[in-house]
Design a protein around this ligand. Sequence first.
Ligand SMILES: C[S@@+](CC[C@H](N)C(=O)[O-])C[C@H]1O[C@@H](n2cnc3c(N)ncnc32)[C@H](O)[C@@H]1O
Length: 294
Amino acid sequence: MNYYNPDGLAKHRPNKRECLKKIFTKIKDSLSTSRLTKIEYITFGGSDFADLHDLASSLQGGKIRIASVISFENDARTFELAQNSPTADLLRIFGQKIKVIHNSFPDGLNRSKRPPRCQRVFFLDYFGTFDEENALHLAELLDSRDILPDDWLIITSCLDGRVVKNERFITKHVGRCQLFFQMPNPSKDFVVRNFVDTMVKLAIDTHRKIQPRDYCVKANLVSKYYYADTTPMGVWCFKLEKCVSSNEPIYLVDMNFTRIGAKKKKVASRFRRRIISRGPRIINRSISRLFPSR
Ligand SMILES: C[S@@+](CC[C@H](N)C(=O)[O-])C[C@H]1O[C@@H](n2cnc3c(N)ncnc32)[C@H](O)[C@@H]1O
């Protein structure tokens, strides 16, 4: 039964919606050939679960079902709104299990039992720029086996130029880009499009150091998008897989962003527009003041 309007939230950050639908469709296509037919969706759904709408509409018509949804919310007001969100209510009426956890991710998830024959899709929809602390949380999830090979990991990171083009930020990340991509002189743009890739690798390497030799995971980058409904955001989609051997040296491959939505035209400031439109008049007036006709 169709219990949601797939276009209902299309106006709510349309570029983000398009980007998520592309990712979820990829996941659906990949799962359609797998023995796993259910998804446990772990998200930061905010107050209206727009991303859950995107997932549900992308899975429509296929054999893949959402077995359960866990949404993390660390903001008290948003948590309250999420509890009573019309989307969550509607989905519950139709039998969808939705649990909203009022904690900072991943507190509260630890070793929670996943439904049988189920793949997890993590959507870590951060507001800010993905950092070392976020990578550490990912390493913890790997250690506790809360995220496993075959699971999906989607990460958003803010790409506000004031932060990611800042010298301190670039200096902090450049060494890891050199090492993991074998790239001697990465440019600023290279660092900006690849710092999340290196942080995820950092988390995987931290985890691998304390694992038995026969257990080895890697994160394969599937796609990388850029949208700017408000501030510029990047979205990285990884699929976790078992490594062939734990000795495998894993270097990363540079992938560019696929941009969703048109580039915003630069709007000239009011001052510039006034100068452009009134410029000739102002110049004539100044000339006549300097050289008044007799
Ligand atoms: C970008 S919004 C979610 C939007 C939603 N996923 C969508 O696509 O419409 C992120 C939400 O997660 C919450 N949040 C951010 N970081 C979090 C964290 N580390 N743990 C728990 N909640 C977090 C924020 O308060 C916010 O409500």
